[in-house]
Design a protein around this ligand. Structure first.
Ligand code: S3P
Length: 447
């Protein structure tokens, strides 16, 4: 997927008051489409994220035989083919930038006895796929890929696929989900053991679609998730909550701009996703969840925040899985805080859409902020106010790096530029427009 690139500079923002809504949750949107494709009957969705990642998953399940219709903005219908009912695709499935799409679809393809070809953009083609290939091969699927377990790859489903007991070697919800989705196609019970709680949208949705799932707590926060193979899934109506990882850019901005007052409505507050908001509170943010409610098996709330000068803290490393996508924006905000913010236990950030530890360190340094890059972490030396800015940050197809540094620009003295806004459409179409509605200004960056 080629998006138009445009370099822009975010200019310093003055305190604002406002209310906003963010697009639907990316993780839930991918999973709803995929489970809809495995269900006979019509699944309806409201609030589906129409970002490039999710649109790539929608195209992929269409190629595999599901009927997918868009009725209105965020309103979609999926008529699926049932467990093991998808057909061989006529073309390569191009997942663009979507790690979640490609890894979850590897699990689905492993359950179908034909060959599926998958590819992605330059960023996705650098990311490791061995983490899903290994367990799925143990279940009987066969893979061909480039060196280092990288895309493009071909997967031939197991015939039959075998159930598996798998202990996750990396803390990845995508791997957990790929194995559980493959388990739907294997006779008997497939079990995944996670060492610490990872995002559990797959489990919640599987439950809603009528799969038979057992979740057993173990010692030291471990959990085993067992799924019975060959269920008959039932179609559901899903209302996707706003993505907490997208809300993090707005809430973080509001929290770090003294005098600002912002409410973001209708955000998912699943406890496996709220580490960033806890961290902001630890940094002294005045932040609250109001109007708590439940939608499609997920807790939802409006998040209200008032801005202040935050304090640097040591972020507990065990909190990482619940805020893994939020470290770039946390680092941007930490630049405004009083004192050091220490973030560790983050080796996984090196294999996201870009090497996020390197990208954040380079971006902060280019904008006058002292930062120590460690093997698995970052230490950001906050300036207790507006950081200098004035630099341009290379986005390298990473939507969260793009948004984090635009947020930093709004909080800075001289503004911060990014070399590509196109990547933002991966997860947050309309990001700059929404911020403009809150008073932000973006200009063309000419260097
Ligand atoms: C996701 C899981 C996380 C996260 C990604 C979405 C998901 O990745 O970083 O943006 O939807 O399962 P890992 O599972 O690789 O940690």
């Amino acid at each position: 997927m080629n998006h138009p690139t445009r370099a822009v500079i975010a200019r310093p923002l003055t305190p604002f008051t406002g209310t906003a809504r963010v697009p639907g949750d990316k993780s839930i949107s991918h999973r709803t489409l995929i489970l809809g494709a495995l269900t006979v009957g019509e699944t309806t969705v409201e609030g589906l994220l129409e970002g490039e990642d999710v649109l790539a998953t929608a195209s992929a399940i269409r190629l595999l035989g599901a009927h997918v219709e868009r009725d209105a903005c965020g309103v979609w219908r999926i008529n699926g083919c049932g467990i093991s009912g998808l057909k061989e695709a006529d073309d390569v499935l191009d997942l663009g930038n979507a790690g979640t799409g490609v890894r979850l679809l590897c699990g689905v393809a492993a359950g179908h006895p034909f060959t599926t070809f998958l590819c992605g953009d330059r960023s996705l083609s650098r990311r490791p796929m061995s983490r899903v290939i290994e367990p799925l091969e143990e279940m009987g699927a066969r893979f061909l890929c480039r060196s280092g377990g990288r895309l493009p790859l071909a997967v031939t489903g197991g015939d039959p696929l075998l159930p598996l007991h798998h202990e996750l070697q990396v803390p990845s919800a995508q791997v957990k989900s790929a194995v559980l989705l493959a388990g739907l196609h294997a006779p008997g019970t497939t079990t995944v053991v996670e060492k610490a709680p990872l995002r559990d949208h797959t489990e919640r949705l599987l439950h809603a679609f009528g799969a038979s799932l057992e979740i057993m707590p173990g010692v030291n926060g471990q959990r085993s998730i067992s799924i019975a193979g060959h269920p008959e899934l039932v179609p559901v109506d899903i209302h996707v909550p706003g993505d907490p990882s997208s809300a993090a850019f707005l809430i973080g901005l509001g929290a770090a701009l003294p005098g600002a007052a912002l409410t973001v409505r209708h955000v998912g507050i699943n406890p496996t996703r709220t580490g960033f908001f806890e961290t902001l509170r630890d940094m002294g943010a005045n932040l609250g969840f109001i109007n708590r409610r439940e939608m499609a098996g997920e807790p939802v709330a409006d998040i209200a925040v008032e801005g202040t000068v935050l304090k640097g803290i040591e972020v507990p490393p065990e909190r990482a899985p619940s805020m893994i996508d939020e470290y770039p924006v946390l680092a941007a905000i930490a630049a405004t805080a009083e004192g050091r913010t220490v973030m560790r236990g983050l080796a996984e950030l090196r294999v996201k859409e870009s090497d996020r530890l390197a990208a954040v360190a380079a971006g902060l340094a280019a904008n006058g902020v002292r930062v120590d890059e460690e093997r698995d972490g970052l230490v950001v030396h906050g300036v207790a106010g507006r950081p200098p800015g004035g630099g341009c940050v290379a986005v390298n197809l990473d939507h969260r790096i793009a948004m984090a540094f635009l947020v930093m620009g709004l909080l800075s003295h001289d503004g911060v530029a990014i070399d590509d806004t196109g990547a933002i459409d991966t997860s947050f179409p309309g990001f700059t427009r929404l911020l403009e509605g809150l008073g932000a200004e973006f200009g063309e960056w000419t260097g």
